[in-house]
Design a protein around this ligand. Structure first.
Ligand code: C2E
Ligand code: MG
Ligand code: MG
Length: 650
């Protein structure tokens, strides 16, 4: 309660924002006040001059000057000074608040004195004291003082005027002193003005408090919109804004993209909480190492820095050292890609993308932690962008083709199937191999488009071959793990085989071992749907990852495709034979057929036959070739189809 009263009369301490708000409002009020006063006083000067001229009062000019002109001029001068000051202040050209306060006081003092002087004069002539009322209103209400100050000022002025009036002789009665009516009116005037002062002060203060809260909320919103929630350092919104601000000065500067390789394993081992703590420390280390540079968190365990080239590699090495101290028993490696901004370039996002591309090119290169975006990277970056931007177009124009590589039965050496492998026949780049587009399409989550297109191609080639009277054999298709996330590839396959009338046991689906490693229940479900649908499911690239045996435990396949890596040591490493023999045996024990990929020599072929590998694939039997070529090879008898094949599969 007491607090409320103190606030109402202005005895509390206001925040700097509220004080500034009051001052600002007072400056605005001073502008209106001074303009009105200047106009009024000029009019008064004109009026008085007109009377002097009309009544030929030249001789008494001294009297008029002292009694009228001097007052008008003093008011005009004070008002002009006040007007100039407040205009400059409001235009942010002057910041002298003390001077402003002094001027406000002086201006109000002059107004009040003028009011008193004219009021006494008018009262003496038996007129109203309206000028005093106007001047007091001006000085106490337009300019908002704390009520306690208004009280002090008005008490002094009212008291002084009252004493002066009370000692005067009334014109009409000839008696000394004010009448009761005048006393009451005078008192009511004072009370009314005081009430207006209190109300004006509290209204302005309420508005100031509201404004201050808004400013605070805005500031907070602005801060969180440019701050990364987890680490507390700046986010990309801020980074892009600030980097773009520099504009012309960006040329020659380096954009760094930092990545903590293996952070995922850290998260898995120590949990999310510890992972977050580590990220905070890394953010701190990056900020400290690149002091004075623009630093932000890009996403996850990625950070970006805009810095000078000078001393950059040293800073990266220093940072790598600090991160090495932070890791526990997980091998965390800092990778840094850098892009040097060229003259005339200003797109911050593109620069970050290029630095990121350089950084990604270091993945799995354990001996390097820094790479500059150079010409060769630029070429692959351009190709990557081309692939992402043109996949739809390539599909629509029929640039994606299925190439077929024969799969040989080791029993009779004849073709028992084909693997369909994608090729992109591009009008600009020429023939693109899967290594050039599969990874990119997976990265940008567009791979399902290609795989659906491959299903279409294989189905229509299959129908064409059948229509031509060529004996048909099963075709295996490669599916990406992402296909199962990005579309309902099983339904799509069902639909198309139905539409083209293709027996489902003529389609084999290859799923790579790496796809199964971190897939969870989704793939279990997909595999069971494929099995129910009647397709054969093949495990591709067995042995290329490090979770092979677990994969065999958790899923069941019809064919195990042994990765060509196993043949790498053929002829030089004795262990290769033992391993291959064991893997072929293992597949048999688990109820799968075996197929070895990448056979290039007769020695490899005879060894694989001797250990009982069921199917064979490799350049020794034929490279992947277009549909027309395959038909030609079959027709010419160069490729022999397993004779009893049809009866076996149907
Ligand atoms: P993959 O499924 O393991 O296919 C076998 C790869 O080994 C093919 O490479 C094939 O040309 C190559 N190859 C076959 N025999 C030999 C040999 O004797 N020596 C050597 N050095 N290589 C041999 P390609 O066609 O470049 O395909 C590479 C990978 O791209 C494929 O590996 C597969 O994972 C992926 N891929 C190909 N087509 C598709 C597709 O349509 N969809 C998806 N998702 N992935 C595909
Ligand atoms: Mg394959
Ligand atoms: Mg393979």
């Amino acid at each position: 309660m007491l607090k409320k009263i103190r606030e109402a009369v202005g005895l509390n301490k206001n925040s700097p924002y509220i004080r500034e708000f009051f001052f600002h409002e007072n400056m605005k009020a001073s502008i209106y006040m001074s303009v009105i006063i200047i106009v009024l006083e000029l009019w008064m000067i004109l009026r008085t001059t007109k009377i002097i001229i009309r009544d030929r009062l030249w001789d008494n000019f001294g009297y008029y000057f002292e009694r009228y002109y001097s007052n008008y001029l003093l008011l005009i001068i004070t008002a002009i000074v006040m007007l100039v000051f407040s205009s400059l202040y409001l235009r942010d050209k002057l910041k002298a608040r003390q001077t402003g306060r002094f001027l406000l006081l002086s201006f109000s003092f002059v107004c009040l004195c003028f009011g008193i002087k004219v009021a006494i004069n008018d009262y003496g002539k038996g007129e109203q004291i309206l000028v005093f009322a106007t001047m007091t209103l001006y000085a106490l209400c337009l300019i908002t003082w704390r009520p306690i100050i208004s009280f002090a000022i008005s008490s002094v002025t009212f008291l002084y005027l009252y004493i002066r009036m009370d000692s005067m002789v009334a014109v009409n009665t000839g008696e000394v002193g004010t009448t009761d009516a005048t006393k009451i009116n005078f008192f009511i005037l004072w009370i009314s003005i005081m009430m207006v002062c209190v109300s004006s002060y509290n209204n302005t203060r309420a508005q100031a408090i509201k404004d201050e809260n808004l400013v605070r909320v805005n500031r907070h919103l602005k801060r969180i919109s440019v701050t990364d929630e987890l680490t507390g350092i700046h986010n990309m919104v801020y980074f892009r804004q600030e980097a773009a601000k520099d504009g012309a000065e960006l040329a020659g500067k380096l954009f760094l993209f930092l990545d903590l390789e293996n952070f995922k394993s850290y998260n898995e081992k120590y949990g999310f909480h510890d992972g977050n703590e580590l990220l905070k420390k890394v953010a701190e280390a990056v900020t400290e190492t690149f002091q004075g540079s623009l630093v932000a968190r890009y996403s996850d365990d990625h950070f970006v820095v805009l810095t000078d080239e000078n001393g950059c590699t040293e800073a990266v090495n220093k940072l790598a050292g600090r991160i090495d101290e932070l890791r526990r028993d997980i091998q965390l490696q800092l990778k840094c890609g850098a892009y040097r901004q060229k003259e005339g370039e200003s797109d911050v996002s593109v620069a970050c993308d290029r630095a990121r591309f350089a950084c990604n090119s270091l993945k799995k290169h354990y001996d390097r932690n820094f790479r500059m975006y150079d010409k060769s990277l630029e070429d692959s970056f351009t190709l990557k962008n081309y692939i992402v931007n043109n996949i739809d177009n390539a599909i629509a124009n029929g640039y994606i083709k299925a190439y077929y590589q024969p799969l040989i039965s080791s029993e009779d050496g004849c073709v028992c199937g084909f693997e369909a492998l994608a090729r992109w026949q591009d009008p600009y780049y020429g023939l693109l191999s899967p290594a050039m587009f599969i990874g990119t399409l997976e990265e940008c989550r567009q791979i399902h488009k290609l795989d659906l297109c491959m299903i279409d191609n294989v189905c229509s080639d299959f129908v064409n071959a059948r229509n031509e009277g060529i004996p048909v054999v099963p075709v295996s298709l490669n599916f990406s793990r992402l296909d199962f996330e990005l579309c309902d590839v099983v339904s799509a396959l069902n639909e198309r085989t139905e539409k083209f009338g293709i027996p489902r046991n003529f389609i084999d689906v290859e799923i790579t071992e790496s796809a199964l490693a971190d897939s969870g229940d989704v793939l279990l479900d997909v595999i069971s749907r494929l099995r129910v649908g009647g397709y054969n499911i093949w495990l591709d690239d067995f042995g290329s990852g490090y979770s092979s045996l677990n994969v065999l435990k958790d899923y069941s396949f019809d064919v195990m495709k042994i990765d060509m890596q196993f043949l790498k040591g053929f002829g030089s490493n004795e262990k290769t034979y033992t391993i291959l023999e064991s893997v072929v045996k293992l597949s048999g024990l688990l109820g799968m057929s075996s197929l070895t990929e990448g056979i290039e020599t007769d020695e490899q072929l005879s060894f694989l036959r001797s250990i009982g590998c069921n199917k064979l694939q490799g350049y020794l039997f034929g490279k992947p070739v277009p549909y027309e070529k395959i038909i030609e090879l079959i027709k010419s008898g160069e490729l022999k189809i397993t004779p009893e094949y049809e009866s076996k599969r149907r």
